[in-house]
Design a protein around this ligand. Structure first.
Ligand code: SF4
Length: 309
């Protein structure tokens, strides 16, 4: 089993080496917009979901061959559920000076032990998509033990304890959390949390639920202006990337599309190949049945069929 994927182009971090700390699909939430699919194990109890030594060994091996901008702790679910995440952060820091980022839904920072485990990360990127309980429940379908006020309180406590960079992501969905009332509510709560950046996102890849509809660029721009100078739009920003080893290209490509659907341009950026090379690679994998195509918002995405080479 592979726990490390990429490097892949990240709209927020440049070239990011992903570390998958949670099996599909274990999460505290079951978001409408989730790209991994529906949550099959909804929990708020941390556990040793992946073998620590194997994970660290894979990270070390990969960093000998590649030089990403960040090592990103993520997962096919919520990574703060991994009970040894602090040891993974410590181990990465022993191996490299590359920044450690944590991609999280931000739902568990009200737990003191979870906050303590992540304090050495360089960048923490939690999500907060509404200031209203009903909307929070509609978007995230959280574990019954979670309420919005508990989650927000956790984010405020994290801000107090954590000395690194906090980039707060807002996933905006048309007709759900893009109204004036929603955006004003978010502004008030975000000001209290006081992150370094507010990163506006919307649905770009085929989501778990068809109700998750993208915002158009104009509305994203209006919300960005309203939220002030810390706000930026991260939806659809292309990122330059570097070239991978030829003999691992197919395996890397399959690894990437297993974790999230990708467009040709994402693959071009991730692997530093020409569009023609990517087209050939993808065509071969389609014919052999390793991947399939899906259209979303006028773009073609490639998805894994779950087969390994
Ligand atoms: S988007 Fe993230 S937080 Fe939401 S269900 Fe998927 S993995 Fe969990």
């Amino acid at each position: 089993m592979s726990y490390v994927f990429g490097p892949v182009p990240s709209r927020r971090l440049g070239l990011s080496l992903g570390v998958d700390l949670i099996p599909p699909k274990t999460c505290t939430f079951d978001c409408l917009y989730c790209e991994v699919g529906r949550t099959t194990s909804k929990t708020i109890e941390p556990g040793p979901f992946v073998p620590f030594r194997e994970v660290v060994y894979e990270i070390e091996k990969k960093l000998m061959k590649t030089e990403p901008d960040a090592v990103t702790l993520a997962g096919s679910g919520e990574p703060t559920l991994y009970s040894r995440i602090n040891e993974v952060i410590d181990s990465i820091k022993e191996i490299t000076e590359i920044k450690v980022a944590l991609l999280t839904n931000g739902s568990l920072f009200w737990k003191e032990e979870i906050r303590r485990r992540v304090l050495k990360a360089d960048i923490i990127m939690p999500t907060l998509s509404s200031a209203f309980e009903d909307t929070f429940r509609m978007i995230h379908r959280p574990h019954p033990g979670l309420e919005l006020n508990i989650v927000v309180d956790g984010l405020k406590r994290l801000r107090k304890d954590y000395k690194g960079l906090l980039f707060l992501e807002i996933v905006l969905l048309a007709g759900i959390n893009d109204t004036e009332k929603e955006v004003e509510g978010l502004k008030t709560v975000i000001n209290r949390i006081n992150p370094e950046k507010i990163q506006l996102n919307t649905v770009l890849r085929p989501p778990a639920d068809k109700r998750a509809i993208s915002l158009d660029r104009k509305r994203l721009e209006d919300i960005k202006v309203f939220l002030g100078e810390k706000a930026e739009i991260i939806a659809g920003v292309p990122v330059a990337a570097k070239k991978g080893k030829a003999d691992t290209l197919i395996r890397d490509l399959l690894d990437m599309v297993k974790r999230r659907p990708l467009r040709s341009i994402d693959i071009v950026n991730a692997m530093g190949l020409s569009s023609d090379d990517v087209e050939d690679l993808v065509k071969g994998l389609l014919i052999k049945g390793y991947i399939s195509r899906q259209e979303h918002s006028g773009e073609i995405y490639y998805l894994s069929n779950g087969k390994d080479i």
